[in-house]
Design a protein around this ligand. Structure first.
Ligand code: ACO
Length: 316
């Protein structure tokens, strides 16, 4: 059976830390409300000289350096995002030029919102055997402050900017990531309208509807990935969940009776970074030695669409 392993990770976050206290000077909110309802204490927002491209480039370079591979070895470069610097060309093609990837490298962006990184890893696992080179560069990157309504207290406190990257390797004897994916067409629940609609191009969200969807989709995805892999939760070393709201994660962990210490996240200092959320957390875990060679992470993302995706990734 052929499949994929995670080789290395990289991350880039903006320099500016925005605390809950900072937000109380913009909208009618409080540190107590934000922490108790979401688990978020601070997030990073892009400032001058920072961009989607600069974050992607820094995260990608770090992951490639950690993997010890050169640009000529990459066969596929995918960026999961909906907030790139340009509408077209995509962030992946910009990376191709800046990183010096070969011209026959398959480079494109993919929009599956907060589930996008897993969609991209799965897509890489299917494209690499066709391309013929073993390594793929997969990113989740967002500058959500571009589509944030800073007057809407129910959304502006939630989001942060950042980019996470991973080098993945396809191998004939590597494990299948056991990906599960799906979506429900429900743009009335969560939507960024786009520039040609006449509407303001900012995130509009029915938070409670997303919450209800997430507390059902997250545990279901975990169970489906485990069933596909034919293993129980004890075979998983880390559960890496999209960092949207600590209460969503706590409810899922309780429902599945997972060991809390295997489900630690980083939402307190990142906020919700959409497609960047899972690779940023993977990078934190790898950097801290909490996800080691040979260990397995069960990742689940969910977001606008409404989309969801889960996969079991082994660190080479
Ligand atoms: N500070 C203070 N009060 C607030 C704030 C705030 N920042 N935001 C909302 N409130 C108020 C509301 O106005 C409301 O007041 P009211 O009762 O007087 O009307 C009250 O708090 C309760 O509001 P709710 O919306 O019921 O708050 P809830 O507990 O549901 O929390 C939240 C809102 C955090 C948005 C939650 O619903 C959530 O996390 N939903 C999931 C969001 C998500 O996961 N999105 C992921 C996808 S994002 C993407 O794909 C880009």
């Amino acid at each position: 059976m052929s499949g994929l392993k995670l080789v290395s990770t990289g991350a880039a976050i903006p320099a500016e830390v925005v605390t809950n206290e900072d937000l109380t000077r913009r909208v009618d909110t409080s540190d107590e409300w934000i922490v108790s309802r979401t688990g978020i204490r601070s997030r990073r927002w892009c400032g001058e000289g920072e961009s989607h491209t600069s974050l992607c480039l820094a995260a990608a370079r770090q992951a490639m350096e950690q993997a010890g591979i050169g640009p000529e070895e990459i066969g596929v470069c995918l960026v999961a995002t909906f907030t790139g610097d340009r509408m077209t060309p995509g962030a992946a093609t910009i990376l191709q030029g800046k990183l010096g990837l070969r011209e026959d490298t398959v480079c494109f962006d993919l929009n599956a919102a907060c589930a996008g990184f897993i969609y991209a890893v799965h897509t890489a696992s299917r494209l690499l055997p066709v391309n013929g080179r073993r390594y793929g560069l997969v990113l989740g990157a967002e500058v959500l402050t571009r589509v944030t309504d800073f007057d809407d207290r129910s959304t502006c406190v939630l989001f942060g900017d950042g980019a996470g990257a991973a080098v993945v390797e396809w191998g004939e004897d590597y494990p299948d990531p056991c990906t599960v994916m799906g979506c429900q067409a429900r743009d009335e629940v969560l939507c960024v309208p786009g520039i040609h609609t006449g509407e303001e191009n900012v995130i509009r969200m029915d938070g409670q509807a997303v919450f209800r969807f997430a507390v059902e989709a997250l545990p279901r995805c975990v169970e489906e990935v485990l069933a596909k892999a034919g293993v129980g939760p004890e075979a998983v070393d880390r559960f890496v969940f999209h960092q949207a709201n600590q209460r969503i994660i706590d409810l899922a962990v309780r429902k599945l009776k997972l060991p809390v210490e295997k489900c630690a996240g980083n939402i307190d200092h990142t906020g919700n970074t959409s497609a960047a959320s899972i690779p940023l957390l993977l990078d934190e875990l790898v950097s801290a030695g909490q996800l080691k060679q040979g260990q397995r992470a069960l990742c689940v993302g969910f977001g606008a669409g409404l989309t969801w995706a889960g996969a079991l990734l082994e660190l080479r």
